[in-house]
Design a protein. Structure first.
Length: 233
């Protein structure tokens, strides 16, 4: 589905391909019929009250950046029915995977931006987000590609503006270098605090943080995820 707002105020491109193998008929139909009803507004204009994007008023707004196959986002939405969710994912098969789960569980608290999350940052108002998930993003392991990592000073600045005081950001990776990179970025800031008192706090996921499909695949080949939580000050 083409987007009216294809501009991204930051460069370079941080995600890989958008298209995969040809989708099965049911998934393609959901992209054509269900996705338009869940779309984050595509016109390039501010969204003064993101709560109005939903059919009813929710208690809080959570954001997932790069939701993969949608398993984590759908679980959170199903288990937190009083929370509104915005999910961003440029990979079309991942979007279709989420739609399958939305349809199966009749979820009414998810809005989807099927593209680069940075496109909507500047359109959302200050302090509107209570929780952000960035789970197993592409680590871009080669040093020459580190500039393509999502965790950057510029993106953290944008997220800090969107988060109200006390809001939480959750990050996970199975790449130790990316964990160190992320810790260095956040611990060098005065507007975030690392929520860890002991190794268990970053080695074990909380009960309200289900494993993603990618995490399970990584664990199967011996790569263990690390789980970081940061509080907006």
């Amino acid at each position: 589905m083409p987007l009216q707002d294809s501009s991204v105020p930051t460069r370079p491109k941080l995600h890989g391909r958008k298209k995969g193998h040809r989708l099965r008929k049911q998934r393609q139909q959901l992209l054509e019929t269900l996705l338009p009803t869940l779309l984050f507004p595509q016109a390039d204009a501010p969204v003064s009250d993101p709560y109005n994007l939903f059919s009813r008023r929710f208690e809080a707004l959570w954001l997932e950046i790069g939701f993969g196959d949608g398993g984590h986002l759908a679980w959170q939405a199903k288990n937190n029915p009083d929370i509104g969710f915005i999910g961003c994912e440029p990979y079309e098969p991942g979007v279709a995977g989420l739609l399958m789960q939305v349809a199966a569980d009749d979820l009414e608290n998810i809005i989807v931006h099927p593209d680069d999350a940075r496109q909507i940052f500047r359109r959302l108002p200050d302090g509107c987000i209570s929780r952000i998930f960035i789970l197993f993003p592409d680590p871009w392991p080669k040093k020459k590609h580190h500039k393509r990592r999502f965790i950057s000073h510029e993106n953290i600045d944008a997220l800090a503006r969107l988060m109200h005081p006390g809001a939480e950001l959750r990050f996970a990776s199975d790449i130790d270098d990316y964990i160190r990179w992320t810790l260095a970025m956040f611990r060098g800031r005065a507007d975030f605090a690392w929520m860890a008192d002991c190794p268990r706090d970053w080695q074990i996921r909380p009960d309200d943080w289900p494993a993603t499909k990618y995490e399970r695949k990584a664990a199967a080949v011996g790569r263990q995820g690390k789980f970081l939580r940061f509080r907006r000050i």
